[in-house]
Design a binder for this molecule. Structure first.
Ligand code: AMP
Ligand code: GLY
Length: 440
């Protein structure tokens, strides 16, 4: 009998995780919030319901005697699910509620980095009153980012010069968050190219994946509102052409230090850790540390992973993560097809996929859609992720665009992601900002 792996989550990222589980030859069971046609078709059995209903998920795991559980989405990590499954003796390769605080409390993350003197931290103030907010604005010498402490789905953070156009606006947003949550985080604004580094972590050992860049803005040229992510790119050398020479190593060392400090505090982190960094003129800085695969960046790395994924889940749980994991040395470009109006006022409709799409050399990951594999009903979130692998980022980008002639319907997609001229512009801008000597 093959072993049974239970996956919680129903987005594009979870479709990629589901496929990695199947590639390992395991039997997949899933908990899905909507009828994702791909995850449904890969699952031997599924529970359709609220992904946050941890009691139901525990019952489902016990009834089906699953051998391992893996959690996709962050809100689930902020419930007692993982802790409770472990009490029942069920192996889980995702962090406990205490360890997930590295993501679920931005304050915990900044304080931990400060306590252990970990490089990459930035100036921050936690404000519990209007006085604190006034003091923070009076004493901080920088432009700022204003953040709720907890999970926001990527949409609660506002940055001066971007969503915030003046000090008054920044202050009034800080006070709005404070009134709602009782606390608000005000951080120094960092400038530079943003990148994601994901790693498998077993409590002590850390095994890194290729660097990916996520495109958060809704419209071409990185304009418009922030979204959950419109697409993502990775390169065949596992770093990116617009990052400085040492960016990957600096980020990796920061994550290793964080894992060590969590171990020293008796909240060892087991699971996938995803650091969001900025390559700034003052070195690599931490924007966020997350306790899961990123979406979409998780899809890029999982599509390259050659090592056995289920074996890695066991190594994470058992604390014996061994060696470098193997990733295909290809560039990837992923573009999300989203409903028209996504980011402001989404208008869900339908998407039709021609049979030729399935032979066009791209991979199609199903996100917030239902229906069958070819005729899809959209919801207000992202619909389909189209991923291509190539020898270069621009080649992969062109492959995704070429495949789109086989997809009809009510969607919007950012064509600019991964295009050659756009990458060149990023390289020029980054070199100017950081200094040519920090590039190879
Ligand atoms: P987060 O939800 O923390 O990932 O923030 C969403 C986006 O806001 C990030 O991807 C960054 O582009 C931006 N951001 C967050 N914190 C900062 C900061 N301290 N400085 C500049 N930009 C930031
Ligand atoms: N790529 C953004 C996120 O997963 O949070």
């Amino acid at each position: 009998m093959t072993e049974k792996i239970l996956l919680v989550g129903s987005g594009g990222r979870e479709d990629a995780i589901a496929r990695a589980i199947k590639r390992s030859g395991a039997t997949l069971l899933s908990v899905i919030g909507h009828e994702n046609p791909s995850i449904k078709s890969l699952s031997s059995k599924y529970l359709l319901g609220n992904e946050l209903d941890y009691k139901k998920i525990e019952e489902f795991a016990l009834e089906n005697s699953v051998d391992m559980v893996f959690v996709g989405p962050d809100p689930v990590l902020d419930t007692p699910l993982v802790n409770n499954l472990m009490k029942h003796g069920i192996p889980v390769a995702s962090p406990t509620m205490e360890a997930a605080r590295i993501e679920t409390s931005k304050m915990f993350m900044r304080e931990l980095m400060k306590r252990y003197n970990i490089p990459g931290n930035i100036e921050f103030r936690e404000c519990f009153s209007e006085n604190d907010v006034n003091d923070a604005f009076a004493s901080m010498m920088h432009d700022v980012a204003v953040k709720p402490i907890g999970l926001t789905g990527g949409k609660g953070v506002r940055v001066m010069g971007e969503q915030l156009h003046s000090l008054e606006e920044a202050k009034s947003y800080a006070i709005e968050v404070l009134k709602r949550d009782g606390v608000v985080l005000i951080e120094e604004k960092v400038v530079g190219e943003e990148f994601s580094l994901q790693a498998f972590v077993d409590g002590k050992n850390v095994s890194f994946m290729p660097i990916v860049q996520d495109y958060k803005r809704a419209y071409e040229g990185d304009s418009g509102p922030n979204t959950g992510g419109m697409g993502s790119i990775s390169d065949s050398n596992f770093t990116l052409p617009f990052l400085s020479r040492n960016a990957r190593d600096e980020a990796a060392h920061i994550m290793i230090d964080i894992v060590r400090s969590m171990n020293s505090e008796n909240t060892p982190f087991k699971g996938v850790m995803y650091g969001q960094f900025m390559d700034s003129p003052k070195g690599v800085k931490v924007i966020e540390i997350n306790a899961r695969f990123a979406d979409p960046e998780g899809i890029n790395v999982l599509s390259l992973l050659k090592s056995d994924f289920v074996e890695i889940l066991h190594q994470i749980y058992e604390g014996n993560l061994q060696g470098e994991k193997i990733f295909e040395k290809k560039a990837t470009v992923l573009k999300y097809l989203v409903p028209v109006g996504y980011g402001t006022n989404p208008k869900p409709g339908e998407i039709l996929i021609d049979d030729k799409m399935f032979d066009s050399g791209v991979e199609i990951f199903y996100a917030s859609v239902s229906g069958d594999m070819r005729r899809l009903k959209q919801s207000s979130s992202r619909s389909l992720a189209i991923l291509a692998k190539g020898d270069s980022i621009p080649e992969a980008s062109e492959m995704v665009d070429a495949s789109l002639k086989y997809v009809k319907g009510d969607y919007y997609v950012r064509k600019d992601i991964g295009k050659a001229e756009y990458l060149q512009a990023k390289i020029r801008k980054s070199r100017e900002l950081i200094g040519h000597e920090r590039f190879t």
